[in-house]
Design a binder for this molecule. Structure first.
Ligand SMILES: Nc1ncnc2c1ncn2[C@@H]1O[C@H](COP(=O)(O)OP(=O)(O)O)[C@@H](O)[C@H]1O
Ligand SMILES: [Mg+2]
Length: 321
C-alpha cells in the first residue's frame, strides 16, 4: 500500500484569549494519499481553518499556538522544521488557497508580477521564462485574455477571476499538496462549478493531492475521494466519499446530510441542526455533540467516545454508531 503524502497525528492548536484556553483544534488525525481529494466538512467554528493554517504553520501569533502533534509531509515532521526550512516548503511543496482572494493578493502589484514572483522565489527561472509560464498558467485556469490580465491589478478583476488567479498562483510550482479553504464560497454557482472542475484537472495533470475545506455537502459529493467530518475541534467521522453518503454513521453527519435540500422535493429552507457548537474554551467532558444529538443516551455525557473503526477505513466517534 502506498504511504500517505500527509499524515497528521493528534494535532492540537490552542488560542489564549482573555486568559482562557480556546481549543480550536483538539487532537486531529488526518491522512492524505497521493492524488487524493480529501474534503473536510463541519459547521463554522469546528476548527477547519485552524487545521489548515497549522499544516502551513501560519497560525496567528502570538495568541495561537500548536501545542502538540505531528504533521508529517513525505515522512518529514513539518512542526520540527526551522522557519526558514518551512518557508521553502510553502508554495514549493504545499500551497494554500484562501476563501477571500483579496486578502492573499497584493493590491498594488500587477497580477503578472505576483504570479511570477512565486516562480522567481522558488525556482531558477529567468524573468522572461517566468512571464511566459505565467501567461500559460492563466490560460490553463481558463482566463482567455491572459496577456492583458498580467498587466492588471487585483481590484480590476471579478471575484471569479481573482479566485482563478489564486489557483494559478497556487499551482505554479506544481505543489504536491494543495489546501483550499472554502475557495468557492464567495463565488456564484456557475463560476463555482468551473473552479471545481479546474481543481480536479490540476489534480489529474500534476498528481496534486488536495485538502478541500467546505461546509457545502453538494461540493463534497462532487469532489471527495475521502471525507473527514469535524465537530468542535475533533474528527467525528472519516470515510470514503461513497461510504459517507451511503452509510453516514455519526449522528452529526446524519444531521448534516439532512440539511442538504433534497432535489426531489421543493422545500426551500435549509434544515439546520438545532442548538450550537459548544464553546471551545469550555468543552464538556463527554461527547461534544451530546446536547444536540437526537439519539444521545445518559452515558454519552460521561466520557469522550473514541474514534473507532466500524468498517475498514470508516471511523466514527460514537459508541452507538
Ligand atoms: N484568532 C483567534 N483567536 C481566538 N480564537 C480563535 C481565533 N481564530 C479562531 N478561533 C477559534 O478557533 C475555533 C476554530 O475556528 P476555525 O478553525 O476558524 O473554524 P472553521 O474554519 O471550522 O469555521 C473557533 O472556536 C474560533 O472561535
Ligand atoms: Mg474557516
Amino acid at each position: 500500500m502506498t504511504e500517505p503524502l500527509l499524515a497528521i497525528k493528534d494535532l492540537r492548536t490552542y488560542f489564549i484569549s482573555k486568559n482562557k484556553e480556546v481549543r480550536a483544534v483538539d487532537g486531529i488525525d488526518l491522512e492524505v494519499y497521493p492524488r487524493q481529494i480529501v474534503c473536510v466538512v463541519g459547521e463554522s467554528g469546528s476548527g477547519k481553518s485552524m487545521t489548515s493554517l497549522s499544516i502551513m504553520r501560519l497560525v496567528p501569533q502570538p495568541k495561537g499556538k500548536i501545542v502538540s502533534g505531528e504533521v508529517r509531509f513525505n515522512g518529514e515532521d513539518l512542526l520540527q522544521l526551522s522557519e526558514e526550512q518551512m518557508a521553502k516548503r510553502r508554495g514549493n511543496n504545499i500551497s494554500m488557497i484562501f476563501q477571500e482572494p483579496m486578502t492573499a493578493l497584493n493590491p498594488v502589484m500587477t497580477i503578472g508580477r505576483q504570479i511570477s514572483e512565486v516562480l522567481l522565489r522558488h525556482q531558477k527561472w529567468s524573468r522572461r521564462e517566468a512571464k511566459a509560464k505565467t501567461v500559460e498558467m492563466l490560460q490553463k485556469v481558463g482566463i482567455s485574455r491572459a496577456e492583458r490580465i498580467v498587466n492588471e491589478y487585483p481590484h480590476q478583476l471579478s471575484g471569479g477571476m481573482r479566485q482563478r488567479v489564486m489557483i494559478a498562483m497556487a499551482m505554479m510550482c506544481e505543489p504536491k499538496l494543495l489546501i483550499a479553504d472554502e475557495p468557492t464560497t464567495a463565488l456564484d454557482v456557475t463560476i463555482q462549478a468551473q473552479v471545481l472542475e479546474l481543481m480536479k484537472k490540476m489534480r489529474d495533470e500534476y498528481d496534486t493531492s488536495i485538502i478541500f475545506i467546505t461546509h457545502d455537502l453538494g461540493v463534497v459529493a462532487e469532489m471527495a475521494d475521502h471525507v473527514v467530518v469535524m465537530y468542535a475541534g475533533q474528527v467525528v467521522e472519516s470515510a470514503s466519499g461513497d461510504q459517507l453518503f451511503h452509510h453516514p454513521s455519526h449522528p452529526y453527519t446524519k444531521a448534516l446530510l439532512e440539511s442538504i435540500p433534497s432535489l426531489n422535493d421543493d422545500k426551500e429552507i435549509l434544515f439546520s441542526i438545532p442548538g450550537t457548537v459548544p464553546d471551545a474554551a469550555a468543552f464538556p467532558k463527554g461527547c461534544r455533540f451530546a446536547d444536540r444529538c437526537p439519539t444521545a443516551r445518559p452515558s454519552c455525557t460521561e466520557a469522550m467516545p473514541e474514534l473507532r473503526e466500524i468498517r475498514p477505513g470508516h471511523l466514527v466517534r460514537c459508541d452507538y454508531a
